[in-house]
Design a protein around this ligand. Structure first.
Ligand code: SF4
Length: 292
């Protein structure tokens, strides 16, 4: 089969994930084991690779039973309660919270104090239960309201001050639409509304580039773990711009999707390591182009 294949130059780990993985690798080069609080990256193959080096993923309940050891906090960040637990248990934290998330946590904590004092609400546009969102909510004493869509705004009292923030990996257009709707509701009842653009620039910048990459190929193979929040956003973006977009997980290409002469684009989420895109490229060459 004749195919032309291109890997998206902007795909691969974001800076926050690169930093976390490097810190884990550097620690494991001198130690046999390192605990990671939650998956360091939402990518099964990368987790497997790091597990072979000694990275063990634990949850917060397991961390509560650990004493005098070392635990890595991933790029998503954690609520203050996690650091308090570490201190109580004599745990040393290797803090890989992405600097962008760290700034967001500080901004949210400061804004929450003001909004809360005025009887208002701090709203976070994000995925409920996502680690970054849980961490952000923890910086508001658990009082932030997390919304996933405009339809969830009805519970918010817009006659009081409202401050809106976004999880770093959300879609910019959707956030703009939510911001407009909040502004409208707030104006209707003469409330005070503030919105902060807290989508990671590395993610936001990728949207336009990825949309044009998706349009410039016949088929898009999108490589990501399905539980990746950013993966879902970027997959849907590609699909919007190219209906022949297919999810590739664990190197499995859905059967019958490639046709002779196709130009194939390979891309992925911020949690997809570059080596997985390259492996898929080589796989296509060796097993499809050269075999048929
Ligand atoms: S997406 Fe942006 S904010 Fe989130 S970890 Fe990566 S670099 Fe940091």
């Amino acid at each position: 089969m004749r195919l032309t294949i291109e890997i998206d130059s902007g795909s691969g780990f974001c800076n926050g994930v690169v930093r976390a993985v490097r810190k884990a690798e550097s620690y494991l080069s001198d130690h046999d084991r390192l605990y990671s609080l939650g998956a360091i990256v939402h990518n099964a193959q990368e987790i497997e690779r790091l597990a072979a080096e000694g990275l063990q993923i634990i949850d917060i309940d397991r961390m509560a039973s650990i004493r005098d050891d070392v635990v890595l906090v991933r790029a998503h960040g954690e609520p203050p309660a996690t650091y308090e637990l570490a201190q109580r248990n004599g745990i040393t934290i290797i803090d890989c919270t992405c600097p962008v998330v760290l700034q967001l946590q500080k901004k949210i904590a400061a804004t929450y104090r003001k909004v809360h004092a005025a009887g208002g609400t701090l709203v976070i546009y994000g995925k409920k239960g996502h680690a970054e969102v849980n961490g952000l909510v923890g910086h508001t004493e658990g009082n932030a309201v997390v919304v996933e869509s405009i339809s969830e705004l009805d519970s918010i009292d817009f006659s009081k001050p409202v401050a809106l923030f976004s999880q770093t990996t959300k879609d910019t257009e959707e956030y703009a639409a939510l911001t407009e709707e909040c502004r409208r509701r707030s104006q209707e009842c003469s409330g005070k509304f503030e919105s902060f653009n807290t989508i990671c620039r590395q993610v936001a910048g990728r949207h336009a580039a990825l949309a044009s990459f998706a349009e410039s190929h016949d088929v898009i193979l999108f490589v990501s773990g399905r539980e990746s929040s950013n993966g879902n956003v970027l997959y849907n973006l590609c699909r919007k711009h190219n209906p022949r977009t297919f999810w590739v997980e664990n190197g499995q290409i859905p059967a019958g999707i490639l046709h002779d002469g196709d130009s194939v684009g390979i891309c992925g989420a911020t949690s997809t390591p570059r080596w997985q895109l390259e492996e898929l490229y080589i796989h296509l060459h060796n097993n499809i182009i050269n075999k048929q």
